[in-house]
Design a protein around this ligand. Structure first.
Ligand SMILES: Cc1cc2nc3c(=O)[nH]c(=O)nc-3n(C[C@H](O)[C@H](O)[C@H](O)COP(=O)(O)OP(=O)(O)OC[C@H]3O[C@@H](n4cnc5c(N)ncnc54)[C@H](O)[C@@H]3O)c2cc1C
Length: 400
């Protein structure tokens, strides 16, 4: 009979189980039919598993400093060493983002699953934990499929983001049942909903842009990266990073896309003038062909009041200036953020004040540990959330 139980076979739970296996027999209980289902969907199936720039400034919650001991014990280099020892090859990309060299999230899950087997961890999938209570100096765990007793317990049930991938509130309920507090939950790293026809008309187009969230002319946040137009608004890595500003920003917000962040409005205007000469006989609204994706070019022309009825040579300087402005500031209103199902991470969670950051052991219930997203910690887009999942899982797995 295992004395150590891990609840949740996601990123942090698997890391915790591998660490804890050094201290005795471990059983990993997973609610879904297989381990690491969400992990397979991360990074668009590529799994952005860490970020070499991980530091406190990339994390949020009531007390972001809570992450420090875990990140000091398991910084990105140590996490990558852990994975390299399991056989995973990795590659670093722009902004310190680390991916498996295979470009497949399945490689990350495979090395973890095999290591769990090799270290003798008992894995029970299809085993949702429904109840948890103290019994003597241990715990009784009630699952739909049976009852277990444990001496030590690590809760790694994750958050409620990504509902279709198995995100649930169980971890919060189980830990609250043992007296831990929970902060308000809201979706983070999520697409923006836009009250405008532009995104829908541009659905499927991806650009690299500097995206800003504005209230009036006041910027609330800005980020450069991928922006994807969707049926309901805008998505992509740059947008995910701005969703926090929108959640906190209230009503009356807009998003502005600078489609040429590396150029000034003046140089863009110069280019538009050259195009007017070079492509004089083209319909005016085809002036941007070759500069941006065609559908986007037509839309930008429309937004600048440029129609296809006249040739490019008929465009006056004033109209070209408006078009140059649109290239630097393509703006539309934002009505809010997507819900938990569309979110990559849950902001808020179990109060970190109830856990010791040096060990991740509960301050209220000795022998109980927690790691990963269930705690009130969430990271920026770019591999910071999985870095936290691995680091906190490995620290909790030390069972100190
Ligand atoms: C679409 C998507 C893409 C993402 N991409 C990235 C990325 O590229 N890089 C990055 O850093 N982060 C990414 N994230 C965030 C990242 O996946 C999570 O922050 C991370 O998985 C959290 O790890 P965790 O172990 O805390 O939770 P999870 O990985 O969610 O694991 C929790 C596990 O607990 C199980 N569980 C829940 N309740 C119970 C119960 N009652 N009994 C038993 N088991 C239970 C769940 O089924 C689940 O398997 C992404 C998230 C989503 C949704």
């Amino acid at each position: 009979m295992s004395e150590i139980f891990i609840l949740g076979g996601g990123a942090s739970g698997m890391a915790a189980a591998l660490g804890a296996a050094a201290h005795g027999p471990v059983t990993l209980l997973e609610r879904q039919a297989r381990l690491g289902r969400k992990l397979l969907a991360t990074g668009n199936g590529r799994c952005n598993l860490s970020n070499t720039a991980a530091g406190q400034e990339h994390y949020h919650g009531a007390d972001p400093a809570f992450i420090r001991p875990a990140l000091a014990a398991y910084p990105p280099a140590a996490v990558l060493r852990f994975f390299h020892e399991l056989g995973l090859r990795t590659a670093e990309e722009y902004g310190g983002r680390v991916y498996p060299r295979s470009d497949h999230a399945a490689s990350v899950l495979d090395v973890l699953r095999i290591a769990l087997e090799q270290r003798g961890v008992t894995v029970r999938t299809g085993c949702p934990v429904r109840g948890l209570r103290r019994s003597g100096d241990g715990f009784v765990i009630d699952c739909e499929t049976g009852r277990f007793s444990a001496k030590k317990l690590i809760v790694a049930c994750g958050g409620c983001a990504g509902g279709k991938l198995g995100g649930v509130t169980d971890g919060y309920t189980l830990l609250e049942g043992l007296g831990h507090r929970r902060t308000k939950l809201y979706p983070a790293l999520v697409a923006l909903r836009c009250a405008s026809d532009y995104p829908k008309a541009l659905k499927g187009i991806r650009v690299v842009a500097r995206a800003s969230v504005l209230r009036g002319e006041t910027p609330l946040g800005a980020e450069t990266g991928d922006v994807l137009f969707t049926d309901t608004g805008v998505s992509g890595t740059a947008i995910f990073s701005l969703s926090r500003s929108v959640s906190a920003g209230g009503a009356g917000l807009s998003v502005s896309l600078d489609l040429f962040p590396e150029e000034t409005e003046q140089t863009l205007l110069g280019d538009l003038r050259r195009r007017r000469e070079a492509f004089a006989s083209r319909p005016a609204n085809e002036l941007l062909v070759g500069a941006v994706q065609n559908r986007l070019g037509l839309m930008l022309c429309k937004a600048a009041g440029v129609s296809g009825g006249a040739p490019a040579s008929a465009l006056d300087d004033k109209t070209l200036a408006v078009l140059a402005r649109r290239l630097k500031d393509f703006r539309f209103p934002v009505s809010g953020v997507g819900g938990f199902d569309a979110a990559q991470v849950t902001a808020g969670g179990i109060a970190t004040a109830d856990f010791d950051p040096e060990t991740l052991q509960s301050r209220l219930v000795p022998g109980l540990y927690a790691c990963g997203e269930v705690l009130d910690i969430d990271g920026d887009c770019g591999g910071f959330n999985l870095q936290w999942a691995w680091a906190s899982g490995l620290l909790a797995g030390e069972l100190r």
